[in-house]
Design a protein around this ligand. Structure first.
Ligand SMILES: [Zn+2]
Length: 282
C-alpha cells in the first residue's frame, strides 16, 4: 500500500503500459472505495495485480498515471468483502479527508467502473460486449454497436438578487441543508435554456445575465455539473413542492447549513459570500 501523490496525476486511457507494472488500484464496490488508513492519510493498494487481495483483476481499466505508475479502476461485485487490513468506504464520506485532486481521480475511477458494470451487454441486441482496443469504448461482439462512458450534464446556478442569494432545500437533501438550484439537461436543450427552465420550474423566478462559473465531474453516478451565476430578472418565489421543501433569499451573514466545500455548489455560495465581503469592506 502507499499514499499516492495525486497532484502529479495525468489522465490517460489505453496505452502500451505493461499489465504487470505495479499500479495504484481504485477498487470500487458501487460508490465505495477500498482504502487503508495510516493516521490521517488514505492509502491505496500499490501492486501489479489484485489477486493477493483475493479480488479478480480482469476488466480493470487504466485511468491514468502518477509519474510512471499506472492508476487502474476495478469494479467488484456488491457482495465483495474487504481483505484484512482494508475497508470499503463511501467516496462521499472521504470528503474533508481527501484532497480535491484525489476526489477528481476517484470520480474518474467511479464513472469508468460504473460504465463497465452497466455495459456488459449490448443495449441494441443484448449480446456480450468487449473492450475496444485503443479506445475508451465497448463494442458488441455480435452487431458491433459501440458504447462510450455515459456522462449526464446538469446545470447548477447561483441566482443573485442585490445582496442576497437564492438557496433551496430539495426533498432529497439531508435535514437543514440548503443549496443553489440544479437540474439535469434535457435532450435538445442548451445549457442556457436548462438554467432558465430549472429556476422557473422549481421557484417561479426568471433570470438574466447568465455567466459561466466552473464545472465539476460528479460521479454519483455520472454527472457533469456545469455551474453558472445569474441575476434575478423577475418573479417572486413559488416553490414546486414535488422537488423543493423551501426556498429563500439569503444574505452572506445569515447562511444556513451548506454543502461540502469540495462541491461546486459550495464554491458558488463561497463566491457569493466573498463578493459580499468585498462590498462591505469598500
Ligand atoms: Zn449488439
Amino acid at each position: 500500500m502507499a499514499i499516492p501523490s495525486f497532484e502529479n496525476f495525468v489522465p490517460g486511457g489505453e496505452s502500451d503500459i505493461q499489465d504487470a507494472a505495479p499500479s495504484y488500484w481504485f477498487i470500487l464496490r458501487g460508490s465505495d472505495l477500498l482504502i487503508a488508513r495510516d493516521g490521517a492519510s488514505i492509502e491505496l493498494p500499490l501492486t501489479p495485480e489484485t489477486a493477493y487481495l483475493g479480488l479478480p483483476s480482469e476488466r480493470a481499466h487504466l485511468i491514468g498515471t502518477i509519474g510512471t505508475t499506472p492508476c487502474r479502476a476495478l469494479g467488484v461485485p456488491a457482495e465483495t468483502h474487504a481483505p484484512a487490513g482494508w475497508e470499503f468506504e463511501e467516496v462521499r464520506s472521504l470528503f474533508g479527508t481527501i484532497s480535491e485532486r484525489f476526489f477528481a481521480v476517484a470520480a474518474r475511477a467511479l464513472e469508468i467502473s460504473e460504465w463497465d458494470r452497466t455495459h456488459r451487454f449490448c443495449g441494441s441486441c443484448g449480446s456480450p460486449t468487449a473492450l475496444k482496443p485503443g479506445e475508451r469504448a465497448m463494442h458488441c461482439t455480435a452487431c458491433g454497436h459501440l458504447s462510450y462512458p455515459r456522462i449526464s450534464p446538469a446545470v447548477i446556478v447561483a441566482v443573485i438578487r442585490g445582496e442576497r442569494i437564492l438557496l433551496a432545500r430539495a426533498r432529497r437533501f439531508p435535514p437543514g441543508l440548503h443549496s443553489v438550484l440544479a437540474g439535469f439537461v434535457e435532450p435538445g436543450e442548451t445549457l442556457e435554456e436548462c438554467v432558465a427552465r430549472e429556476v422557473r420550474e422549481e421557484t417561479g423566478i426568471e433570470v438574466r445575465n447568465l455567466r459561466y462559473f466552473a464545472s465539476q465531474p460528479w460521479p454519483f453516478p455520472h454527472s457533469l455539473m456545469v455551474a453558472f451565476t445569474a441575476e434575478h430578472a423577475s418573479g417572486e418565489i413559488t416553490v414546486d413542492p414535488a422537488e423543493i421543501v423551501e426556498a429563500s433569499w439569503y444574505s452572506a451573514d445569515s447562511l444556513p447549513r451548506l454543502p461540502d466545500p469540495i462541491t461546486v455548489a459550495r464554491k458558488l455560495i463561497d463566491w457569493f459570500a466573498a463578493g459580499a465581503d468585498q462590498a462591505r469592506s469598500r
